[in-house]
Design a protein around this ligand. Sequence first.
Ligand SMILES: [Zn+2]
Length: 353
Amino acid sequence: MVKKKKIIKQPSFEIGEVSVEAGTTKIIRIPFSSFPDHTDFSLNVKVIHGRHEGKRLFLSSTIHGDELNGIEVIRRVLASPLIKRLKGTLVAIPIVNLTGMFMQTRYLPDRRDLNRSFPGSETGSSASQLANTFLTEIIQRCTHGIDLHTGSNNRTNLPQVRCDFENEETLKMALVFGAPVILKAKLRDGSLREASEKVGIPSLTFEGGEALRFNENAIRSAVQGIFRVMGSLDMIPAEKCVSIKHSPIISPVSRWVRAPATGIFRTMCALGDKVLKGDVIGKVSDSLGAHSVDVVATFDGIAVGRTLLPIVYKGDALFNVAWVPDPARAEATIEELEEEADLNPALDDPSTY
Ligand SMILES: [Zn+2]
């Protein structure tokens, strides 16, 4: 008689007051404060705890309440059949800043920016309490993290990941993620990324699209990037992920080109376009057509972010340009990476189409 191989399940995953058994999924509400009518103010989390031990990855979005792309990214990841074969644990928090999302604002009711409030404390303001809950209940229970953002209010970003190049594990995740651009970004005081790195959890920040909108290309780029990272961490079968044919463009520095005058702004440069020092990349004119001032690029690179506002004041940030050694080659690579993201909906939720 052939003996049946005994499957050893991994231990339960403990979060909040809840224990999630191996091979099960749970939605968990972690209250940390309350509204004036005594409704709980909570962090709402979905935990998928695979049967077998592996890495524990958190996916968070909408830490800035008006940045919504990540909600759709996480929905598609959770709906994928690949998740049924998960090894390890996926901890998904599609809306971290719930009140900000309701009010369509970046901030919390205490007017604080949650992404500047880490590590937070149990006795601080609501942003500080939420940051502290996120740190202790999510970050410290995981081994890796990906935090999803868009451009801030009235700005749009080319899909990009931001990471600290000094952390090898984080840089490895960024390269595997495969967004068109990887930007070197110092750890910002009070940010989730800083809090995460301080407790030894490598985490990436993804930025793509604009606030209060869904941007399909940025969503696809993030969904595929997350699966590639999960594949590289052996959480899902790597061969099922869409591989990228080109390496992302790496930029060690980016700077804003600012408005040379007050007036009506027209852009002459799309996201992902190459920019050469001296190029005219926009115009600022007055409404009666008397004056027009060129917006001139101050160094070579690629446009990775820009304002969406047509009315600008002298000194306003117009284009975020990431320096790259060969802008023409970078432009071609970005175009191909964006096309790859567009042409590969294979891992997206089929009900979307
Ligand atoms: Zn953000």
